[in-house]
Design a protein around this ligand. Structure first.
Ligand SMILES: [Fe+2]
Length: 225
């Protein structure tokens, strides 16, 4: 439920061939459904609903052409910038699942000043905010209290599976373990951007992380229908 597999829309895969390589491997691992989530932000990736749906149609054709045993939907990963606040007013947002989950991310330097207010507005528009990879934001490594406040405010958390096997370094792996220990992981995602990360995705996880994953309130299975 978090990946970048529509070529040309963001910093994810760069060609349909690379999309195919990723989808073939995912289906070989038993993945039945992919929800891909191109970035949307004003400064870097001002993607539109129409553009994402066009990209999705192309990839669906690719899946049919190659008889892959999986399905794909598209949502988006929204950067919480001023552009997002404008989009939220128009109500034209790409969510996923019956509960209208909305995948959001913050900048790497700091969280938006009005984060609590934005989360509240997301919920009053009928969406459930899901923070992408909270373990990756270094400003929360020193401020776990704020993560607890986000959860109290009704924000769900999505963990990147590769955070657990070292893709982003030791501090992110430690924060990922912390999220698991708190039982705060509502969605597990790959955040797959390129085919060369597939070999990292398959690296085994620590036994402790595997055990803790079984204890999470994971909602991934609710997305299969
Ligand atoms: Fe992402």
């Amino acid at each position: 439920m978090h990946s970048h597999l529509l070529p040309g829309l963001d910093d994810g895969v760069s060609s349909l061939d690379e999309t195919l390589e990723c989808l073939q491997q995912l289906s070989a691992w038993g993945v039945q459904k992919v929800i891909t989530t191109p970035h949307i932000s004003r400064d870097w990736y001002p993607n539109t609903v129409e553009g994402i749906q066009q990209g999705l149609a192309q990839v669906r054709d690719l899946i049919t052409e190659h008889n892959l045993p999986l399905t794909i939907d598209a949502a988006a990963e929204y950067l919480l910038d001023d552009f997002f606040v404008e989009l939220l007013k128009t109500g034209d947002l790409l969510s996923f699942g019956e509960k209208r989950y909305l995948l959001v991310e913050t900048g790497w330097a700091s969280a938006p000043l009005q984060l609590a207010d934005i989360l509240f507005r997301i919920q009053t528009r009928g969406y459930v905010p899901v923070l992408a990879h909270p373990e990756r934001y270094s400003y929360y490594h020193r401020d776990r209290e704020s993560l607890a406040m986000l959860r109290e405010a009704g924000c769900l958390f999505q963990l990147n599976s590769m955070s657990l096997n070292g893709r982003y370094g030791i501090h992110v792996a430690q924060q990922a373990r912390y999220l698991l220990e708190q039982h705060w992981v509502d969605f597990l995602g790959s955040d797959l951007h390129r085919a060369r990360d597939l070999k990292t995705m398959i690296k085994p996880l620590a036994r402790k992380d595997m055990e803790l994953l079984q204890e999470q309130p994971l909602q991934n299975d609710t997305l299969l229908s």
